[in-house]
Design a protein around this ligand. Structure first.
Ligand code: GLC
Length: 612
């Protein structure tokens, strides 16, 4: 009864706007009525424990904004074999200070045509080797007992060609064909191709796939086996929302909406970030608040900042709760290679100038490639033109540039545009792999120093830091993907290796690189968690220390003044500055004078002064 009245109250709050937007897009009141009925049913089917979590979170809407949040993304099979295995390893994750886990795609997906699980054949079934829906729910319960949040992907732009809708469409069933984009003559695909850029120019060129047996072209923005859904069809929207709610009801705390800018297609445009995408995301946010208000939406918008921020919506009409800080991530690696902090500083000033409500997920590496989406307008003014600079970055990180210690591989090397992206783990990019290979202790220490400095920088930013599984012990690139015919073509698998539990054990052995990284990160994470100055509501500015190799950041609230300085150069540098008062170096726990601070190559300072 209480659930019923809560549902009615929440529906009432959003009904008019939801109806308005729905009718604007679909003009179909029967389908809207069906949607409302289903929202009701999913709300009532929700587990009582999740319902009380919803209520708790509604009372405390900022519950996810604290400085205690720390995420980790991991592949279930690589990390622990299956869902039950992940449940067994929760203690390890807690020991990493992690309280939010992003499980990489785990729904049913065809072998060899899965795009790492991003080609979903059944939104309501776990890939059998990974477990069952019941095990997923059990994992979410175990997580909630430990105050760990669970995040999963909702791949809404496309389905696998093995999804039942796609199978029926392939049989020529018009009802199902209308859920995708089918064309029997090549002229429309050709028109699209004129304005739509390619996501995978080398591994999956073009935006359409010709189905010979049918004599039709089907839109496939990503791989040929990932068929784009047609959100102009209200049946698609409704059914996908039911899938979304079904998954939310399995105990998810965060749902990552995959490739969201792509979901609305319009001939003659680039088919990215159309205004209808925002209508759909806004509707999803309301649907979430009506049925499962404890669930957060994380948007995957891999675009430049001006295109990312609109996905937060407005204060009155919010869309996503959080978004990836993708440009800062790419710019960070640019800074590692160029040893010039100017662009990173500019980028941080832009992010710091955004409303404090905007919550970003900060990260160094994830499961995808690094796309070098940098501000080339600014860079070319400094003599770094786009084509040459990308070439430099790729040479640098593949270790082919003089003085570079990084290891990794190119991704979607496009012979036409000469564009390429990059893959590799944090540790390999920092030089750990080459140092171990050369058995060079000095280089090893340098690599660990850089690795910890970059993590300290990530933890200094406002928002939610997200680790990539394996980075906590300095996991290296994994080249075995080349032996697997299902993976060989996709170099992203270089940083999707199996978690080396034997090497992870070495974190308990003093002096190993695993121990130095693991305990180093742990100390940084604890400092962050314990100090209110790391909360998103603290003031944050970049700070000029008159050296292009050094990035300094000031964080401040009523209690504390905190200054972080990061040396991105490979030489000792001085941060020219003068701050009075008694400062403590939080990293070493010793007093520090914040006057013309000397920093060894790739080192950092986290200094604090109490204001009381
Ligand atoms: C997202 C995922 C990526 C995947 C793509 C297609 O960008 O992060 O791994 O290939 O969507 O679903």
């Amino acid at each position: 009864m209480k659930t019923e009245s809560m549902f009615q109250e929440r529906l009432k709050r959003h009904h008019d706007e939801l109806r308005w937007l729905y009718m604007e897009l679909y003009n179909n009141s029967d389908m809207f009525a069906e949607l409302c009925q289903q929202l009701h049913d999913y709300a009532l089917k929700r587990d009582p424990e999740l319902i009380s979590l919803d209520e708790e979170r509604e009372q405390n809407p900022g519950w996810f904004r604290g400085n205690d949040m720390l995420g980790m993304m991991l592949y279930i099979d690589n990390f622990a074999g299956n869902l039950a295995g992940v449940k067994e390893k929760l203690a390890y994750l807690s020991s990493c200070n992690v309280n939010c886990i992003h499980l990489m795609p785990f729904l049913e997906s065809p072998k060899g045509r899965s795009d790492g699980g991003y080609a979903v054949a059944d939104f309501r079934k776990v890939q059998p080797e990974l477990g069952t829906m019941e095990e997923l729910f059990a994992l979410s319960q175990a997580c909630h007992k430990r105050k760990i949040n669970l995040c999963m992907d909702f791949v809404m732009n496309h389905t696998s060609e093995d999804h039942p809708w796609a199978k029926k469409a392939r049989e020529g069933d018009g009802e199902y064909m209308s859920r995708y984009f089918f064309y029997d003559d090549p002229s429309i695909p050709e028109q699209y191709d004129r304005t739509v850029p390619q996501v995978f120019p080398t591994t999956a060129p073009g935006n359409f796939t010709y189905l010979e047996e049918m004599g039709y072209y089907v839109m496939t923005t990503f791989y040929p086996y990932q068929w784009d859904l047609n959100y102009r069809n209200p049946r698609v929207f409704n059914e996908m929302m039911y899938n979304f709610l079904y998954l939310a009801n399995q105990g998810m705390d965060i749902i990552r909406i995959d490739a969201v800018p792509y979901i609305w297609k319009e001939l003659g445009t680039d088919c990215r970030n159309r205004k209808q995408v925002h209508t759909i995301v806004r509707m999803m946010r309301m649907i979430c608040e009506i049925v499962c208000p404890g669930v957060l939406l994380l948007g995957e918008v891999v675009m430049e900042p001006a295109k990312v921020a609109p996905y937060f919506g407005t204060v009155e009409k919010p869309e996503c709760h959080m978004l990836y800080n993708v440009t800062t991530m790419a710019t960070t690696w640019h800074t590692v290679a160029s040893r010039d902090v100017r662009l990173l500083k500019k980028q941080m000033d832009i992010v710091n100038g955004l409303p404090k409500e905007y919550l970003f997920l900060n990260y160094l590496r994830c499961h995808d490639d690094i796309g070098w989406g940098l501000d080339y307008g600014t860079l070319s003014g400094w003599g770094m033109g786009e084509v040459e600079h990308k070439r430099f970055l790729n040479q640098y990180f593949t270790g082919r540039y003089a003085g570079s210690v990084s290891r990794g591989e190119l991704y979607n090397d496009d012979p036409v545009t000469q564009d390429a992206r990059f893959c590799g783990t944090t540790a390999s990019m920092c030089g750990l792999e080459s140092a171990l290979y050369e058995r060079d202790v000095e280089k090893l220490i340098a690599a660990i120093t850089l690795d910890l400095m970059l993590h300290a920088y990530m933890l200094t930013q406002s928002g939610i830091p997200m680790l990539y599984s394996g980075d906590e012990i300095g996991q290296l690139n994994d080249y075995t993907y080349k032996e697997n015919e299902n993976k060989r073509q996709d170099s992203r698998y270089i940083h999707r290796g199996e978690f080396p539990w034997d090497l992870a054990e070495k974190r308990n052995k003093k002096g190993t690189h695993q121990a130095l990284i693991f305990h180093g990160l742990s100390r940084l994470e604890k400092i962050r968690r314990e100090r209110s100055v790391f909360r998103s509501d603290a003031a944050i500015y970049t700070y000029d220390v008159k050296d292009q190799g050094l990035l300094a950041i000031l964080r401040e609230n009523e209690e504390e003044r905190f200054i972080a300085i990061f040396n991105f150069s490979d030489q000792e540098r001085t941060a020219w500055m003068e701050e009075s008062g008694d400062w403590t170096n939080l990293w070493t726990g010793t007093p520090i004078k914040m006057v013309d601070v000397l920093l060894p190559a790739h080192d950092f300072v986290w200094a604090s002064r109490s204001k009381n």
